[in-house]
Design a protein around this ligand. Structure first.
Ligand code: MN3
Length: 206
């Protein structure tokens, strides 16, 4: 997925639509993946279709070269390219067979940098609740493996030249409104039950 180029394609969900029930419901997964994510893919392709010089760019390359893009497609690539990239990662970081807590080197690093898994959850929830409007909360690691929690607006990604993304959480209303309405906090709490910590550890150690 990471190395694909134009025309970009919608990533298949790595599990059935109802696999994350009861924490994330089947109907939300259908809308989120089949409609929202698909729209980001379509709009990204539409934006770069007239610019063959960018057809050999991977998504990370496009997103880290925004300043090189023509003015008229810069925002479309930033928003829709970010949307594709973030959702690809978001589906992968969830699993119906989630271990209850962080594993491996990542588990050790969480204890080192946040004192405990519980304190990480507090910091992460604060960032995710504090993001006004639409955006994402992230656990990221710097080049020395030090972890931190950040949030971004809209579909913006953290600085992937300098940070490894470890956990992405979508806090757009489309990610939770059907089941949770305005209760973003409950959605965040429940999301911790479906994190694929094996995969997160792989991202952290790669
Ligand atoms: Mn989303």
């Amino acid at each position: 997925m990471k190395n694909q180029t134009y025309p970009f394609q919608l990533m298949a969900l790595p599990y059935p639509y109802d696999a994350l029930e009861p924490y994330i419901d089947k109907e939300t997964m259908h809308y989120h993946h089949d409609k929202h994510h698909q729209a980001y893919v379509d709009n990204l392709n539409k934006a770069i279709a007239p610019y063959p010089e960018f057809h050999s760019y991977t998504l990370p390359q496009l997103l880290t070269s925004l300043s090189k893009l023509p003015e008229e497609i810069k925002n479309a690539v930033r928003n829709n390219g970010g949307g594709v990239y973030n959702h690809n990662l978001f589906w992968e970081i969830m699993t119906p067979n989630a271990p209850s807590k962080p594993v491996g080197k990542l588990g050790e690093a969480i204890n080192r940098d946040f004192n405990s898994f519980d304190e990480l959850k507090v910091a992460f929830k604060k960032a995710a609740l504090g993001r006004f409007g639409s955006g994402w909360a992230w656990l990221v690691s710097d080049n020395n493996g030090k972890l931190s929690v950040v949030s971004t607006a809209n579909q913006d990604i953290p600085d992937i030249d300098n940070y490894q993304l470890v956990l992405p959480l979508d806090v757009w209303e489309h990610a939770y409104y059907l089941k949770y309405q305005n209760r973003r906090g409950d959605y965040i709490d429940n999301w911790f039950n479906v994190i694929n910590w094996e995969y997160a550890n792989k991202l952290y150690t790669q």
